[in-house]
Design a protein around this ligand. Structure first.
Ligand code: XMP
Length: 308
């Protein structure tokens, strides 16, 4: 049986012993893993931990404001807007593993550039057990477990043996707000892996708008705590539609709403039909570039949670 109080005491002792009076940095995404690690480490070393929040241009609507608001007074918080750098380099890239590689490499470059200013000796990472298992199994190259190659930093991974529900428990005990503790997991490469095929600023924006609609409707229906992840994917399939009196040729967007315990397996729940229909209607009426909406009904396995 997992004892979160005991875990926190032990983890803090280890952090104290390992980092001591040195400086550390962490890439904070605002998700529960990196937020919990930031809170855990900053509780021990205070402002000697700098939490670097990089905007790679593939974040969700309102995410920069939300993360900044949550952490600016709680942590030694450092925001970097690198969105143009990422989006310029990703323009037209089709293959999702290629996208992951570019995002991972640029992320490290941006992070190293910022970290150089901090004089840190330690790099804190919010790696959790499934990240390691899935990366070792080479299912997808989750960029958050690729270590910055040129950095001479010692890596500290306080929650590397935990699964998400345990991390949430720790985060709550450390006083993180509910919206962080129960925030749905969001992949490091962000909306980049929710656009199938060539990335453009336009289809990233379509994806951002569609994701916001899914989140709004799930929250309005009070389903957010029941679902593990809920999002929209912009596919590279074009489908015919009719808008007004005119024939239109737009994107096919797929809704993916799934239940899971730890992302290793996942099931599609029976969703209230009116919610799915409302999402579909809102997506096609509010996003002019979309003509069709489909619902993914595949479990993991055989599908993965993300489309790419
Ligand atoms: P899959 O799609 O492999 O996803 O079933 C399992 C969990 O991992 C998330 N995911 C990622 N997280 N970098 C990340 O940090 C990635 O490249 C990545 N790809 C998938 C996914 O959202 C799900 O929670």
């Amino acid at each position: 049986m997992f004892d979160s109080d005991e875990f926190i005491v032990n983890a803090k002792n280890e952090i104290k012993e390992e980092i001591g009076d040195e400086k550390a940095i962490i890439a904070l995404s605002g998700g529960v893993d990196s937020s919990t690690c930031s809170a855990l480490v900053s509780d021990v070393i205070g402002d000697n931990l700098t939490a670097i929040f990089v905007n790679h241009g593939l974040l969700r609507e309102g995410e920069v404001e939300e993360v900044t608001e949550t952490f600016k007074d709680r942590l030694n918080f450092h925001y970097v807007d690198a969105s143009d750098e990422f989006l310029d380099e990703l323009a037209g890239v089709e293959d999702s593993e290629e996208k992951r590689k570019i995002i991972g490499r640029l992320f490290i470059e941006v992070f190293e550039r910022e970290a150089d200013k901090m004089d840190a000796k330690y790099l804190v990472q919010g790696t959790i057990a499934p990240d390691l298992i899935e990366t070792e199994g080479a299912i997808k190259s989750h960029h958050n477990v690729v270590l910055p190659s040129g950095m001479e930093l010692k890596v500290v991974e306080p929650v590397r043996d935990l699964y998400k529900p345990e991390v949430r428990e720790i985060g709550a005990k450390l006083g993180l707000p509910d919206k962080v503790v129960h925030r749905q997991p969001f992949p490091g490469p962000g909306l980049g892996v929710r656009v199938v095929g060539a990335l453009t600023r336009d289809n990233v924006e379509i994806c951002r708008k569609a994701n916001k609609i899914v989140v709004d409707e799930v929250e309005a229906a009070g389903l957010d705590k029941e679902l593990w992840q809920y999002f929209a994917v912009v596919t590279n399939t074009k489908a015919t539609g009719v808008k007004g009196d005119l024939r239109d040729f737009g994107y096919l967007v797929v809704l993916r709403l799934i239940c899971s315990e730890d992302a290793m397996t996942a099931e599609v729940p029976e969703l209230p039909w009116e919610i799915v229909r409302k999402m579909s209607q809102r997506v096609t009426s509010e996003i002019s570039e979309v003509t069709h909406v489909a619902l993914s009904i595949s479990d993991k396995p055989p599908s993965t949670i993300e489309f790419c």
